[in-house]
Design a protein around this ligand. Structure first.
Ligand code: 0O3
Ligand code: SF4
Length: 315
């Protein structure tokens, strides 16, 4: 069973297009801070076209070539450092991550203490925490953290979340916060994006009908890891993350008759096809696509790097 929606979301598609179009427009090298998205195949393909990936800006020589920030977003200090070095910055932060940054700034201006629900050390969390001065945002990771959290003033509190979290875990954490602090400000539910939501729901829709789930995605990809968890929690006998077809643990598939396949928001469909082909090489395969919803979200490419016209401009 092929879950749908799966694979690239609008933010990932936009981020990859930004690198590709920057390469077309300005030639190589184009510098990218952090993996543009958490997928080795995507990163290696862009490297082969002339993208140079760095961890930090100080690894980049003085240059007038584009410097691209990854889809996960960056702390305020990063564009400041780039400006000091007169870098030509193109920001590939997903607009739905930027939206959370704007919410954080708004709460801060209104004098609220902010709780961020997310995973410590993840680049999106580092970027969101770095939107405001140290101490303005407290990170909480679990429902127990939410139970233990002591605000400075419970009447001036707000929450925001990472975009790629588990819907169920986050509902529990937000539930604890709302119960303890009924006046807490924040989004209606959380800041988990449409793509994360739809991919988790698509897995839930097939979980009871399959013996196990293969999730195509990178080991650092938060949204992909959440898909593995969803299948485990909804009763699949096994649920595994694979970067390529060669990672499929065939020994776990003994006696299995029905397998689900999905892909995280940063995983190319080409690898889903590679996985399906690997099954065809070993089994007689019958494919059923289970579509829970059609996605139509598209984000524009920044003008600075755009070589193709937007759909609106083509009209
Ligand atoms: O945030 P996550 O680890 O899931 O990142 P990926 O795998 O690169 O997918 C894109 C999602 C993103 C940029 C943040 O929402
Ligand atoms: Fe944007 Fe969601 Fe995709 Fe992240 S997973 S890049 S927030 S659309």
């Amino acid at each position: 069973m092929l879950a749908a929606p799966r694979g690239f979301c609008a933010g990932v598609d936009r981020a990859i297009q930004i690198v590709e179009q920057a390469l077309t427009k300005f030639g190589a090298p184009v510098y990218v801070r952090h993996e543009i998205v958490h997928n080795r195949y995507v990163v290696e393909s862009l490297k082969a076209k002339g993208a140079v990936f760095v961890k930090e800006l100080d690894e980049i020589p003085d240059t007038s070539q584009p410097v691209i920030f990854s889809a996960h977003g960056v702390a305020k200090t990063i564009p400041e450092a780039a400006k000091n070095r007169n870098m030509f910055v193109v920001d590939a932060t997903c607009p739905l991550v930027s939206k959370v940054h704007i919410e954080a700034a708004r709460h801060f201006e209104q004098g609220r203490e902010i709780v961020l629900v997310g995973h410590a050390g993840h680049p999106e969390v580092v970027g969101t925490l770095g939107q405001l001065p140290p101490g303005a945002i407290t990170l909480i990771e679990t429902a127990d953290d939410a139970r233990a959290f002591e605000p400075r003033d419970a009447s001036k509190l707000a929450f925001i979340t990472q975009t790629t979290l588990s819907l169920d875990d986050t509902a529990e954490i937000v539930g604890v916060l709302k119960e303890r602090f009924p006046g807490i400000g924040g989004p209606v539910k959380e800041d988990i994006c449409y793509a994360t939501t739809n991919r988790q729901n698509a897995v839930k829709a097939i979980a009871e009908k399959i013996d196990g789930l293969i999730v195509v995605g990178g080991p650092k990809s938060s949204n992909s890891l959440r898909l593995v968890e969803v299948a485990e929690r909804f009763g699949c006998r096994f649920s595994v993350l694979v970067e390529r077809a060669s990672d499929i643990p065939w020994e776990k598939l003994e006696g299995v008759t029905s397998v689900g396949i999905t892909a995280g928001a940063s995983a190319p469909e080409l690898i889903v096809e590679e996985v399906v082909e690997a099954f065809r090489a070993r089994y007689e395969v019958e494919i059923e696509v289970v579509t829970t919803l059609e996605e139509r979200v598209v984000f524009n490419i920044p003008r600075d790097v755009r070589v193709t016209r937007t759909p609106a401009e083509q009209r």
